[in-house]
Design a protein around this ligand. Structure first.
Ligand code: KG4
Length: 329
């Protein structure tokens, strides 16, 4: 019987610090996440300096808790994996440096992965079969992109946002309507109370046949509408904004699947925590299977980093202790 492979994953690319232990790339033994939302709320967005200082303060205790919850010792670890791109430089450095220290002192391989690729791996931590090719939709606060995924590490880029990411657009809309931070969940909450459900916001990229996204027009439409109608109904406006923003994600993903003759879409990233997005996919996907992880694995976490890292580990794809961090993919 072959020995289990145990990996420690770390994550600190933006405003969540996380540590997780994963067995054989598929089974989560622990998944500890510390969210900095409260630290950034007053600023309506992530303040990089605050983010990196907070990562530095909490990462060691999160690692300890992840190890304890998993019931494993440091000697049991076969590799340590962290995202070293894309993200905030001062934040990425914290998990990379911690991972380097662990790799060096324990004499185990350091694995560095893309945070975006790690998001796309999240569905496989809940038992989804690894079926390729599939269409991957990544939709978070900083990224909105579509890929054709042929296998682990084998991605064909299909399209991305030309301006704001979907999550960024939701965050800015919520800020404009004073709904709070982060905006995605606040807009979702408000939209769920809509009664009229009228779609008065413009349909996005109606004539575009590519796989790109754009959210700046919707944002401008919202601002113009609210200025023209100072007594606008926040809940109905949030509904219409959210519907348009989410509908574009679903339409583009399904078109990509149909054009490529692919029967499965996997979606991940913070915005995929949205319940209405899941409903729209269900309504529109026809014979295409849509796999979206549980909300806790949609937003930033380190289980996805440890899970993806397993595949790099078993293929001998480790990183040097001189590895750097990168703001972009
Ligand atoms: O993936 P993520 O946790 O962080 C990165 O950007 O890497 O995504 C954060 C984004 C934010 O824009 C947040 O507003 C959005 O995901 N988000 C949501 C929901 N939960 C988080 N958007 C819509 N509905 C949600 N339930």
């Amino acid at each position: 019987m072959s020995k289990d492979v145990i990996g420690l994953g770390l994550e600190s690319s933006c405003d969540e610090t996380a540590a997780s232990v994963v067995k054989n790339g598929r089974e989560i033994l622990s998944n500890i996440i510390y969210s900095q939302i409260d630290l950034h709320r007053d600023y309506n967005g992530v303040v990089p300096e605050i983010a990196s200082r907070s990562h530095l303060e909490v990462i060691n205790s999160l690692i300890d808790k992840a190890m304890k919850d998993a019931g494993v010792n440091f000697d049991d670890l076969d590799y340590v994996s962290t995202a070293n791109r894309p993200g905030l430089i001062g934040s990425l450095i914290i998990s990379l440096q911690s991972a380097k220290a662990a790799a060096y002192t324990l004499g185990i391989p350091l694995i560095t992965v893309s945070h975006l690729e790690a998001h796309m791996y999240a569905p496989y931590l809940e038992g989804a079969e690894m079926l390729f090719p599939c269409i991957g939709l990544l939709v978070s606060g900083g990224n909105t992109a579509l890929f054709k995924i042929r296998g682990i590490g084998d991605y064909e880029f299909l399209g991305r946002t030309r301006d704001d990411a979907a999550g960024e657009a939701l965050d800015k809309a919520a800020k404009f309507m004073n709904l709070g931070y982060p905006g995605g969940p606040e807009i979702e909450k408000a939209a769920s109370r809509a009664i009229k459900k009228s779609l008065f916001m413009p349909k996005l990229l109606a004539d575009s046949n590519d796989y790109n996204f754009s959210y700046s027009g919707l944002k401008t439409a919202l601002v113009n509408y609210c200025k023209k109608n100072p007594d606008y109904e926040v809940i109905e406006t949030a509904y219409s904004f959210q519907e348009r923003a989410l509908e574009l994600l679903v339409r583009k993903s399904i078109r990509a699947a149909e054009d490529h003759g692919i029967k499965r879409i996997t979606a991940a990233g913070g915005v995929t925590a949205n319940k209405r997005l899941r409903e729209i996919f269900k309504e529109k996907s026809g014979g295409i299977e849509v796999v979206i992880p549980s909300p806790v694995l949609c937003t930033d976490n380190a289980a996805m980093t440890a899970g993806l890292g397993y595949h790099y580990f078993i293929s001998g794809n480790s990183a040097s202790l001189e590895s750097d961090v990168f703001p972009r993919e």
